[in-house]
Write a protein that binds this ligand. Structure first.
Ligand SMILES: [Mg+2]
Length: 286
């Protein structure tokens, strides 16, 4: 990938300059050759904001039939491993995608499952009772903020405030800080897109999840592709620095090699991947 990767070795690049080559991927001969010649391809995808548009309520983020069809085509190929790594609970993201051959990682990699295997981080399971308590306290405190709500995802907790009035956002931030005070030794509190994610501060994230899947399935030598839109996807990009990484959106700094505007361009790219790999039923423009 050295001939196509554009990031600096010393740190993130604010505006990766190769965006245009992904908007019209056929122009990038070096990239197409690298993808076509790889023995196997490992695909690690975020869900919300990457495969689906960002919506006002997380429950409304549905996969389109077109995206599902393209993912199924890739997942059915013997030389492809498709994984979806999400901050959602594993059962949630798996039910939303519903493709049996896909590998799913939920709760930022604390739980991972393939078609006939699963892995849960034991240290996270030990904190379940404390996480329940935090979720309940946050939920109680935030009843005074219309539009803010708490999602209990088992091994993690997420505070959503996208639908809250902007004037009340500081109240949300203060409440999260107050309720989480004293948990610094074991809890990681991380901002997202109008969310606060609370999770056990283990060395466990989308990057470690991708590494676990590659190691477990013997994919360390596979051509790796990572795509995501959120700050939590930066861990994935770091883990896949030997591969092709794509940040979705134009909103924040990234260490990814490339950048695309939104989920529509991700679908275009996945269609291009299928065509370059010669998969059947990919005669159209993705
Ligand atoms: Mg996302």
């Amino acid at each position: 990938m050295a001939e196509t990767a554009s990031r600096s070795a010393s740190g993130p690049t604010r505006f990766p300059p190769c965006l245009c080559s992904l908007r019209e991927p056929e122009r990038s001969d070096a990239l197409a050759a690298a993808v076509a010649q790889a023995e196997r391809v490992f695909l690690a995808l975020d869900y919300d904001g990457t495969l689906t548009p960002i919506v006002s309520h997380a429950s409304a983020a549905r996969l389109s039939q077109e995206v599902r069809k393209t993912l199924a085509l890739l997942a059915d190929a013997e030389d492809f491993c498709v994984s979806i790594l999400s901050g959602r609970a594993l059962a949630d993201v798996r039910s939303r995608v519903g493709i049996p051959r896909v590998i799913y990682a939920g709760n930022h990699g604390l739980e991972i499952a393939g078609p006939d295997w699963s892995h849960v981080e034991p240290e996270a399971e030990h904190r379940l009772a404390e996480l329940r308590s935090l979720a309940q306290r946050l939920s109680d405190e935030l009843t005074t903020v219309p539009g803010a709500w708490v999602e209990d995802k088992g091994l993690t907790v997420c505070v959503h405030y996208r639908q809250a009035e902007e004037v009340s956002w500081p109240t949300v931030h203060d409440t999260v800080r107050k309720v989480c005070r004293g948990t610094e030794s074991w809890l990681r509190v991380q901002p997202g897109k109008r969310t606060w994610d609370l999770r056990p501060s283990l060395e466990c994230h989308k990057g470690t999840a991708a590494a676990y899947i590659r190691r477990r399935l013997g994919l360390d030598e596979a051509f790796a592709v990572g795509i995501g839109d959120d700050v939590t996807d930066e861990d994935l990009f770091a883990a896949l620095r030997d591969g092709l990484t794509i940040h979705v959106g134009l909103d924040h700094d990234t260490r990814a090699c490339y950048r695309v505007a939104g989920p529509a361009e991700v679908l275009d790219f996945l269609g291009w991947l299928a065509r370059v790999r010669g998969l059947a039923g990919t005669g159209g423009e993705g």
